[in-house]
Write a protein that binds this ligand. Structure first.
Ligand SMILES: [Zn+2]
Length: 250
């Protein structure tokens, strides 16, 4: 494992996603043989993710991603927000999960997993809409799924806590990072402009060797959250200007 690793997470795959944009992104990733994680909304009800009529071929496409080694994540059940809670990773004050009872969260996880499984998909990862989840989400994952890895939270590299491996998620767009760590860029193909997609390929072209896949991240001998990670998290949430810290010397 390289001391500095870049990972790509693609959010909001569902039958009504913007197929043209997703296809463009997939073509670029295939060209450079980069395997991202795709977050699939199990039963999307969020109108903001309804870009087209339902694609009858969506689940075939998702199975193809799985077959070619892309990492799959359950990205919520309906992608609807039910609370104003930020949970344990308060990136936003809205959540499909945080603040709900364990029973409610178990039901969402169980139903979400069932939909993916019924379509031949077996996600190893989870991340919640708007990054927000809480202790009950973790309990629900453990009781109703085989998922033990969450993509989210702020840290320098993966860590283990409460029986879950966390692969941190730090950035919403590509940028050069000057220090070592496992850096996840969370991108939303549905909302990318043609220029965004052009810049996406340009960055990959210039940094190809730094990219890895989630499945290749070494999670066997990881520690709990370190002091430096807590410090990073502290500043992240105080400043929300992480690039000021990390791009020093740029
Ligand atoms: Zn989402």
């Amino acid at each position: 494992m390289k001391s500095k690793t870049y990972l790509i997470r693609l959010d909001d795959a569902c039958p009504t996603m913007n197929r043209v944009k997703w296809s463009n992104i997939e073509t670029i990733l295939d060209r450079y043989n980069i395997k991202p994680m795709v977050g699939i909304v199990a039963s999307n009800e969020d109108f903001k993710l309804k870009f087209t009529d339902e694609d009858p071929g969506f689940w075939i496409k998702a199975r193809n991603w799985q077959a070619k080694g892309w990492s799959l994540a359950l990205h919520g059940y309906e992608h609807l927000y039910h609370t104003n809670s930020g949970g344990v990773n308060p990136m936003h004050n809205r959540s499909e999960f945080a603040g709900l009872s364990l029973e409610e969260q178990e039901s969402k996880i169980e139903n979400g997993i069932a939909i993916l499984n019924n379509n031949g998909l077996f996600p190893k990862y989870f991340f919640a809409p708007s990054h927000t989840f809480d202790e009950n989400t973790i309990k629900a994952l453990k009781s109703k799924s085989n998922i033990r890895i969450i993509s989210d939270t702020i840290a320098f590299k993966p860590y283990y806590q409460d029986g879950i491996t966390f692969i941190p998620q730090q950035f919403g767009s590509f940028r050069k990072i000057k220090i070592s760590g496992v850096w996840t860029f969370c991108l939303h193909p549905n909302n990318m402009t043609n220029n965004n997609i052009y810049q996406f390929e340009k960055f990959i072209n210039q940094n190809t060797d730094l990219f890895s896949s989630f499945d290749e991240v070494d999670i066997q001998n990881i520690s709990s959250l370190l002091f430096v990670d807590k410090l990073l998290r502290y500043f992240y949430f105080r400043l929300r200007e992480i690039k000021l810290l990390l791009n020093l010397g740029k």
